[in-house]
Design a protein around this ligand. Structure first.
Ligand code: SF4
Length: 244
């Protein structure tokens, strides 16, 4: 029996599937890809740009209480893989929400995509350690630990065992969302304490003016630390539109 037959019954909770589009952030910024955005998150960032994946009570700055019945769709993993493969691109980004809340089914999806020669990147907030089975799929992790301006303290956002496990995969990029140089001191402490290797700084913002202002205030201090920078080119291209 093939893997697809044995896993046909497994379901994954999806918010949206879209593409082809551009990976807007991080080390693969600019690459053509397709996206699957999974539902649910274990954090509650005030400035979250995808509150429709988890915010059923209006906790984020946006203040909208989304309807989980409208936003969450339980789909067969094989059907998700088929939809992503049909877009005829070599890179799939699994985002959220927090994808590692569903890591058993995410692992199946990664296997199916890898068997088709498709590379996978997983966007995660870094609070959940990847299983050995998920790491073995050679998916790459774009890890975005949240700072205090997310509205939560480090007791919720910094999970040492998860950060170390992600760092140990050797394929993780740690992408911190920052608003100005003061945030970099918080990043300094996390990087030093957990020995994080590939550090990326990305300006916070959901419009071009905010992104540019934050980017300008951060650039010199990032270069001085010999870190990497990313912007958010999907915001520059399409603003805050969903599904692109
Ligand atoms: Fe939103 Fe990501 Fe924060 Fe979850 S971790 S609340 S998806 S920004």
């Amino acid at each position: 029996m093939s893997r697809q037959e044995t896993t046909r019954g497994r379901k994954i909770v999806v918010n949206e599937i879209f593409g082809p589009t551009i990976q807007g952030e991080g080390p693969s910024m600019g690459r053509i890809c397709s996206f699957v955005r999974l539902g649910g998150c274990n954090l509650t960032c005030t400035w979250c740009d995808t509150p429709y994946t988890w915010d059923w009570t209006g906790q984020s700055n946006e203040g909208t209480a989304y309807d989980p019945k409208a936003e969450l769709h339980a789909m067969h993993v094989v059907d998700v893989a088929d939809r992503l493969r049909a877009m005829d691109v070599r890179l799939v980004v699994i985002s959220g929400g927090e994808p590692l809340q569903q890591q058993q089914t995410v692992t199946l999806l990664c296997h199916m995509l890898k068997e088709s020669g498709v590379s996978v990147e997983i966007e995660t907030n870094g609070t959940i350690a990847p299983s050995p089975a998920l790491t073995a799929t050679q998916a790459r992790f774009n890890v975005s630990p949240k700072l205090r301006h997310s509205g939560m303290g480090p007791e919720r956002t910094v999970v040492p065992v998860a950060l170390r496990a992600l760092n140990a995969t050797g394929g993780a990029a740690f992408k911190f969302v920052c608003r100005g140089p003061a945030d970099l001191e918080e990043v300094d402490a996390i990087v030093a304490r957990h020995g994080l290797e590939s550090v990326w700084i990305m300006p916070e913002g959901q419009d071009q003016e905010t992104l540019t202002r934050h980017m300008s205030s951060l650039a010199d201090a990032v270069v001085a630390r010999r870190w990497n920078m990313s912007t958010r080119i999907h915001v520059q291209a399409w603003g805050n539109r969903r599904g692109v």
